[in-house]
Design a protein around this ligand. Structure first.
Ligand code: PMP
Ligand code: GLN
Length: 393
């Protein structure tokens, strides 16, 4: 048999699927794969149900329902002051995953280079490779005694850019670190993108999950960046409806046109009932968006306090669904993969080994926990971890 093109399959099943299956198998509390255990706003779900009953349920426009594209444009203006033409500058996709895939397939050609930042979300590198481009990895410095936050090393980022650089992919607030990129880091990325005439694909799915009074700043709002930035959002995170897979992109008309031409051959369209509901959701009052972040921040605080008390060294989490721990104060006999396996079997708590976010030579002392769960679930997870620490301490 001729070999299949295993660019993607060669990487195996995603760590999220693997750890969720292990959590089910061991009756564990799944703090691995990032999904809320409560559904999003009832009015948004009711809008979807109504739209499905009333129809139409046939192919919507390839670019997305006008109502949703208008809502995305209005959301951009309301939260970030961005002036966006809904007809030419907004595209609806089946989740941020498809938005990222369509963007990378649209922009990259063999011979191009894409700058990726480690720890890197699992779907970016396989799609860069599928497009035939080469990845240049830049590794964030992890929090240590010298710096309290994950930080972007300027010299390494500068060195990663060159004549072949077509684009950089960034994710802020960032999975898995929980990092929110600072104004200085955004300015550096913008400076390098302009200097090297590169595009930036911004994965901003956690845009409404920034904590401690911080705010999300889209790179697109920086001077000179509107023409070269694609901004990606997802209803999954903004409305706690991860199974819906409704994503949206904003960008300059020529960029969105190119991405749409890839999108038309990937999924072509996204269920119209869900699009109508997300259009309704994006129009919700400011209190909804503030409340989402505040509720998640309380969950972060609850889990982080518990993890500290159990004895983990907890890294800062400024946003997203995630908190990472250095587990070595509790267990120092192996890798993060081994620890995550031990934890799911013996403590019956699922986590994600952070090495999964590094294609090569990963750090092996960190695991990621997801805190978008009900308080009682977080408390039970902490109780199980406490009992585990008691036995292993
Ligand atoms: N990007 C990041 C950083 C994510 O964490 C996720 C999923 N949680 C996605 C993209 C995918 O989003 P979607 O479910 O909308 O495809
Ligand atoms: N983004 C989710 C996470 O980081 C997982 C999504 C998936 O399973 N593909 O946990």
């Amino acid at each position: 048999m001729k070999p299949v093109n295993d660019v993607i399959g060669g990487l195996g099943t995603t760590i999220f699927t693997v750890m969720s299956a292990l959590s089910v198998e061991h009756g564990a509390i799944n703090l691995g794969q990032g999904f809320p255990d409560e559904d999003g706003p009832a009015d948004v779900r009711e809008a979807a149900a109504r739209a499905a009953i009333e129809g139409p349920n046939q192919y919507p426009p390839m670019m997305g329902l006008p109502a949703l594209r208008q809502a995305v444009a209005a959301h951009n203006r309301r939260f970030y002051g961005l002036d966006v033409d809904w007809q030419s500058q907004v595209l609806v996709t089946s989740g941020a995953t498809e938005a990222l895939t369509a963007s990378l397939l649209a922009l990259l050609r063999p011979g191009d280079e894409a700058v990726l930042i480690e720890p890197v979300y699992d779907s970016y590198l396989p799609i860069v490779q599928l497009a035939g481009a080469a990845a240049r990895m830049v590794r964030l410095r992890s929090p240590d005694s010298a710096a309290a936050e994950w930080s972007l090393p300027e010299a390494d980022l500068r060195a990663a850019f060159g004549p072949k650089t077509k684009l950089l992919v960034m994710n802020s607030p960032m999975n898995p670190t929980g990092k929110v990129f600072s104004d200085a880091e955004l300015a550096l990325i913008a400076e390098l993108a302009i200097q090297h005439d590169a595009y930036v694909v911004c994965d901003e799915v956690y845009e409404h999950l920034v904590f401690s009074g911080g705010r999300h700043v889209p790179l697109m709002t920086l001077p000179g960046m509107a023409a070269r930035t694609i901004r990606i959002g997802s209803a999954g995170k903004t409305f706690s409806l991860t199974g819906w897979k409704v994503g949206y992109l904003t960008g300059a008309a020529d960029l969105i046109g190119a991405v749409a031409r890839a999108h038309q051959f990937i999924t072509f369209t996204t269920p119209p009932s869900l699009q109508a509901a997300v259009a309704h959701g994006l129009g919700k009052e400011d209190a909804y968006f503030a409340g989402l972040a505040a509720a998640m921040e309380r969950k972060r605080d609850r889990l982080v306090a518990g993890l500290r008390e159990v004895g983990f060294d907890v890294l800062p989490s400024q946003g997203t669904y995630f908190a990472n721990v250095d587990f070595r104060p509790l267990w120092n006999e192996g890798t993060d993969v081994e620890f995550a396996m031990k934890l799911v079997r013996e403590a019956r708590v699922g986590s994600i080994p952070v090495s999964a976010f590094y294609p090569e030579d990963p750090p092996t002392h960190l695991v990621r926990f997801c805190f978008c769960k009900q308080d009682a679930v977080l408390d039970e997870a902490i109780a199980r971890l406490r009992a585990f620490a008691g036995k292993n301490g």
